[in-house]
Design a protein around this ligand. Structure first.
Ligand code: MLT
Length: 213
């Protein structure tokens, strides 16, 4: 059963898992999405995983997002820092409430960008991440030790929002911080396609939750 409720100021949905070997997924929607958006994707990509899906708290002309931007691809970095702290606080409280190990983030577009920022600023919040069409969220990333956390980055070769070198720079930053990066560039644009789903599903099948929370 899925419930919608509020923890640490985040409206969210939580769906308990049935397979404790699967890490929970933290589902992070794109601009204009909400907490319901990625639940079907989470169920399809990681059957049996617990799903935790918050709604972004920033509104841009009525569209939920996870942080403010000044223009497309130009971020309010002070807000990125503040909001990734809020998201890490939500994850910590949701873990206590629902008895969960650290989740793997599955983020699309703006959700992938807040996941990347959260990895860099609050690495303890996440066990790893699938970042679909992410870009560099912070122009001066902090020194971070990601301790071999696994990260799958899925970029689009013809993405009009994320230049190829920007996606490569994000992969390099996370790799320098110690993450185990798999970066795939697909012959597509910013939208999510079947190839993303197949790659994300296979990658998530290899992830294992710790035996104790
Ligand atoms: C962002 O603002 O995070 C990126 O430009 C992607 C988007 O949400 O459109």
């Amino acid at each position: 059963m899925t419930t919608t409720t509020d923890i640490a100021g985040f409206v969210h949905r939580f769906e308990p898992g049935s397979d404790p070997a699967r890490p929970p997924l933290l589902l992070l929607h794109g601009t204009g999405g909400d907490e319901a958006d990625l639940l079907p994707l989470g169920r399809a990509l990681a059957p049996g995983a617990a799903l935790l899906s918050p709604r972004g708290r920033v509104l841009e002309n009525g569209s939920p997002r996870f942080f403010r931007r000044l223009a497309e691809g130009v971020f309010d970095e002070a807000d990125v820092i503040r909001r990734s702290g809020e998201l890490a606080g939500f994850v910590a409280e949701a873990r206590r409430t629902y008895g969960l190990p650290a989740p793997v983030a599955l983020g699309f577009s703006n959700g992938a960008n807040i996941a990347a920022a959260t990895l860099l600023l609050h690495p303890e919040a996440l066990a790893g991440a699938v970042l679909i069409r992410p870009m560099v969220p912070l122009s001066e990333p902090p020194e971070t030790d990601l301790g071999a956390k696994p990260v799958l980055i899925l970029s689009g070769a013809f993405d009009p929002i994320v230049p190829a070198e920007n996606a490569r720079a994000l992969a390099a930053t996370l790799e320098r911080a110690g993450a185990r990066i798999e970066h795939r560039t697909l012959p597509t644009g910013h939208g999510l396609g079947q190839a993303d789903l197949a790659l994300a599903r296979a990658w998530l099948t290899d992830q294992r939750a710790p035996e104790t929370v």
